[in-house]
Each structure stands twice: as C-alpha cells, then as structure tokens.
Design a protein around this ligand. Structure first.
Ligand code: ADP
Ligand code: MG
Length: 302
C-alpha cells in the first residue's frame, strides 16, 4: 500500500476543537464517558434504509452534530455517490480530492481522507461520483465486503464515533457499511409503504449478521418527517411501534421546513436554526441514541 498522491487534506484537529459555537446544543445531552481508552476503535453506526428520501442524510448530519456538540469526536463517512452529506456539511466539490472511493478502493488511510467541518469536533470523509464506480470495482476485489471495516478497525483513530451515511440501495456500499458497523440506525419515513421496505431491510441485516458481522445490532428505528395534520402518519407510527416495540425511538422527527432549508446553506439544521422543532427533535434523538449506546457497549463489554 502506498501513500495516496492526492492525500493533501488539512488534518482534522479535534482534541483542540473550539466548542463555543455549539455549546448551546449541549445542556439536554448526557456528558461523554469520563475517558475513552485511546487503544479502542471508534463505535460505528450505519444509518441505512434502501429507500431514498427517508431522512438518512439529514439524520446522519444532525445526530453527528449533536454528538460533537456534547464532546464526542465524530466522523461521518459519506457512502452515497450523490455526496449529499458532504454537501449538507458545506464541503465544496473542489475539496473532495480524497474520498470514500479512495478509502475503499485504493486503501487510503481514513485519516487522510477526513476533512474538518465548520462544526467543532466533526469531520467527514466526503463522497464524489467516483463512488458509483466503486460498486462495480468492489466485485473484483478480495474481501470486498469488509474494506470499510478494515479501514475503521485501526487502533488510535482520532474519533469516538463514526456515522456512515448509506446510499439508497442494498449493494456493496451498504454491505460495506453494515459489515463495518457495530449497530445500525434506520430512519423510516412516516408514509403508507414504510413497513414494506423495512421488512426487506431487516432480513438483509439478519443475513449480514449470519454471514459477516455476528455482533451487528439494531440501534433503533427513527420515525422521520412526521406530519401531525396527515392521519396516515399517525397510523404508520402506531403500526411501526406495534411491530418493532421499543426498537423505535420515542423521539419522532417532525416534518419541518427549516430542516429542508438547511442543506442549501451547507449547514446542519442544528447550526442553521437550533431552536426549530426539527433541531430540538434531533437533540432529543441524540440523547436517546447515546443512552442506547451506553447500554449496548456495557452489554458487549460484560
Ligand atoms: P435520504 O438520505 O434518505 O435520501 P434525506 O435526508 O436527504 O434522505 O432527506 C430527503 C429530503 O427530505 C431532503 O430534501 C431533506 O432536506 C428533506 N427532509 C429530511 N428530513 C426532513 C424533515 N424532518 N422535515 C422536512 N424535510 C426533511
Ligand atoms: Mg442521503
């Protein structure tokens, strides 16, 4: 493996990150654990659903922002060739010289691909359209399903938590994300066909557990784009809770115009307008996710 010639990114300098810009997001969130042992590899959460437009990218960006605001060192890996997570974090296409493609195909060390963002403590491995080709190239590569896992299971990476924003498909990119992950978080849009796609995803997760990643867990399912004026939304929410019980987070993300405006400003909605209902919901969700993380890591350590 050689050093990648394009590896000229500025280094993300997390330990000294200035948190004053995001301090106001903190009070509702639990404090980080007293000290994470430096030899540990980061916890990895894949945000997955093979449907497009269900809120994967929005959830990834805003959960990551909330967690960075409460002191976690967080990395987003943009696994979608559309690069929406990178755009939503304000990463100009010209800056995307070293990308997820390089990590997966060229074995570029992930630290060299990570770019700092405007959110203190949050970095992103950006995606570009090259990643579309990676689906095909991976087919011919040895250990094609575990390329991302290998890149992330390295001691002393400078992150506590990695969130992977998956593409809207169950191909090799999502497979890599689910093989790399400790747990998967599923955004589910409150719409009539929501449960249909979900059972297919749950079967896929079971298959990946059996075949590649026995310790993969479901972190939880988050209901997104909830519109209280639409009666279908309430029916779907009840139905999903009946099927999945406490796997469904208590927090529901409302449909909120500020959430949909934020990406065009290259900002997480938590930075664009932290008071809006969408931001407040993501802050609550981050609290729930971190609580579950604490329970999951305690049960795997036991
Ligand atoms: P995915 O990554 O699953 O394709 P996105 O997160 O990109 O989904 O969301 C799809 C679209 O819906 C985007 O335009 C996004 O800005 C918008 N959106 C996501 N969540 C909300 C919300 N809670 N309220 C309003 N618009 C939303
Ligand atoms: Mg997306």
């Amino acid at each position: 493996m050689t050093d990648h010639p394009k590896a000229d990114h500025p280094k993300a300098d997390h330990p000294k990150a200035d948190h004053s810009k995001t301090d106001h997001l903190k009070p509702n969130l639990p404090a980080p654990p007293p000290s994470s042992p430096s030899f540990a590899t980061p916890r990895v959460l894949a945000v997955a659903n093979q449907k497009g437009g269900v809120g994967k990218t929005t959830t990834t960006i805003n959960l990551a922002t909330a967690m960075a605001a409460c002191g976690r060192r967080v990395l987003i890996v943009d696994m979608d060739p559309q690069g929406n997570a990178s755009t939503g974090l304000g990463i100009d296409r010209k800056l995307r010289t070293v990308t997820t493609y390089d990590v997966l195909i060229e074995e570029t060390p992930i630290e060299k691909a990570a770019l700092p963002t405007a959110v203190p403590g949050l970095s992103v491995v950006p995606a570009s359209v090259d990643l579309t080709g990676a689906e095909l190239e991976l087919v011919q590569i040895n250990g094609r399903e575990s390329r991302l896992r290998r890149a992330l299971r390295i001691p002393d990476l400078p992150w506590d938590l990695v969130l992977i924003d998956c593409p809207p498909a169950l191909g090799f990119l999502t497979l890599n994300a689910l093989v790399a992950a400790d747990a998967v978080l599923v955004p589910l849009q409150c719409e009539f066909y929501a449960l249909e796609g979900l059972s297919h995803l749950l079967k896929t997760i079971e298959r990946i557990k059996r075949g590649y990643n026995p310790s993969l867990e479901i972190q939880g399912v988050v209901l997104t784009m909830f519109d209280k004026r639409n009666s279908i939304c309430g029916m779907v929410a009840d139905d999903v809770r009946q099927h999945l019980g406490d796997k469904v987070y208590r927090t529901i993300i409302p449909r909120n115009v500020r959430v949909s405006e934020a990406p065009s400003h290259g900002k997480p909605v938590l930075v664009y307008d932290w008071r809006c209902a969408g931001s407040q919901a993501y802050i609550h969700l981050a609290g729930e996710v971190l609580k579950r993380e604490a329970a999951l890591t305690a049960s795997t350590a036991a």
